[in-house]
Design a binder for this molecule. Structure first.
Ligand SMILES: Cc1cc2nc3c(=O)[nH]c(=O)nc-3n(C[C@H](O)[C@H](O)[C@H](O)COP(=O)(O)OP(=O)(O)OC[C@H]3O[C@@H](n4cnc5c(N)ncnc54)[C@H](O)[C@@H]3O)c2cc1C
Ligand code: SF4
Length: 331
């Protein structure tokens, strides 16, 4: 039994003050990940700060022509919002590929970004895990690592970030808006999540006293040519073995801009800008898509149980790009 206090935050400032107060305070939004982790004794907050009633649930246009997604809008509200469906269908698809309808009705956008890895050793407190207990070791290296990383891992941790939504947000160059004791700041999506290095206990660059207030999408939503492909063990209610968010913009018959983000392969949604740039000015051919896949995976390293994911990722990249290219007027 781990005792904890519970309080509802009156406003964002109050939530920040609670976090800045130190100790093991945790914000709770939908609770779909945090409560699981508390039940498994992985997270042991002494204070729970309920932010679910704060007015951070709006989805509205930004002055820059983009869209602001409130941190407390649910995943369902976001995926079915007209503006998201019409202008950012890649994001809607990615969200709907995750979890289940019941979970998406409760899970919030902010919570989705901060959900923790599904590495089974992370959840099993009887096993060594550097993410849960720095310095303890990593049971997944040499253990069951079918779901684990191919890119950007370290000798300390080979876990992957489990989110689908975040893969689309990475491809779309979203920006995370946060508020803390030192005021507000904007974090480009690429800089929000971290690679494990020798501090795998840190998933993100969010500071201990910061709350996510919104996620901003830029004006370009790639609504004409996009694909979200998620490969998983079951058709629903399963995390990605590999997922790919692909988005293309054409100038005539050639690719003017390409975006490619992978899920299920790294500690953060994986973008490779050099592989994207190599597609610019090229035809949308399977050969060029294979070259892009090879470039993304050139440093891929598997750990035995997940060897198959290198081939799977290559095929998924080619298929997602091909699907995006064939959409709409190019079908
Ligand atoms: C069975 C199951 C299957 C799932 N399958 C998938 C899947 O296939 N794909 C997928 O992407 N996800 C999946 N999920 C994960 C789900 O999407 C997340 O649990 C959910 O998005 C978390 O949101 P929440 O509001 O419930 O977060 P909570 O559980 O309330 O919080 C999660 C973390 O975020 C912090 N937090 C929450 N909001 C904020 C904020 N605004 N600012 C700062 N910190 C905050 C909390 O302190 C906590 O540390 C699954 C979950 C379950 C239980
Ligand atoms: S892969 Fe990371 S989360 Fe999994 S056991 Fe190793 S250190 Fe822990």
């Amino acid at each position: 039994m781990n005792p904890f206090s519970y309080a509802r935050a009156a406003d964002v400032g109050a939530a920040v003050r609670e976090l800045a107060g130190g100790g093991a305070a945790k914000l709770i939004a939908g609770g779909t990940n945090l409560i699981d982790l508390m039940q498994e004794n992985v997270e042991r907050p002494t204070r729970l700060i309920d932010i679910s009633r704060l007015p951070l649930g709006r989805i509205e246009n930004t002055a820059a022509g983009g869209l602001r997604l409130g941190a407390l809008a649910t995943n369902a509200e976001t995926a079915y919002n007209d503006k998201v469906v019409n202008r950012y269908p890649l994001l809607a698809r990615a969200i709907l590929a995750g979890a289940s309808a019941q979970l998406r009705n409760v899970a919030t956008n902010g919570g989705n970004l901060l959900q923790r890895t599904r590495c089974l050793y992370f959840y099993d407190i009887a096993t060594p895990c550097n993410k849960r207990e720095p310095g303890a070791g990593c049971a997944a290296i040499g253990g069951i690592n079918r779901m684990h990383a191919l890119l950007g891992a370290s000798e300390y941790c080979i876990a992957v970030h489990p989110s689908d939504m975040c893969v689309a947000l990475a491809a779309l160059d979203a920006v995370v808006q946060v508020s803390g004791s030192n005021g507000e700041r904007s974090i480009p999506f690429d800089e929000f999540h971290r690679l494990p290095g020798d501090t795998p206990q840190l998933d993100t660059n969010l500071r201990a006293d910061e709350i996510i207030t919104a996620i901003d999408l830029p004006a370009e939503g790639f609504a004409d040519h996009y694909a979200y492909l998620k490969v998983r063990d079951r058709k629903s209610y399963a995390f990605a073995l590999v997922s790919v968010a692909a988005a293309l913009r054409f100038d005539g018959d050639t690719i003017a801009e390409a975006r490619l983000a992978l899920g299920g392969v790294a500690h953060k949604p994986w973008r490779d800008r050099s592989a994207e740039a190599a597609l610019h000015g090229k035809a949308a051919s399977v050969e060029n898509f294979h070259r892009a896949a090879d470039a993304v995976l050139r440093d891929a390293k598997a750990y035995g149980g997940n060897d198959f994911k290198i081939v799977l990722a290559r095929r998924a990249i080619v298929r997602a790009l091909s699907h995006a290219a064939r959409m709409g007027s190019r079908a």
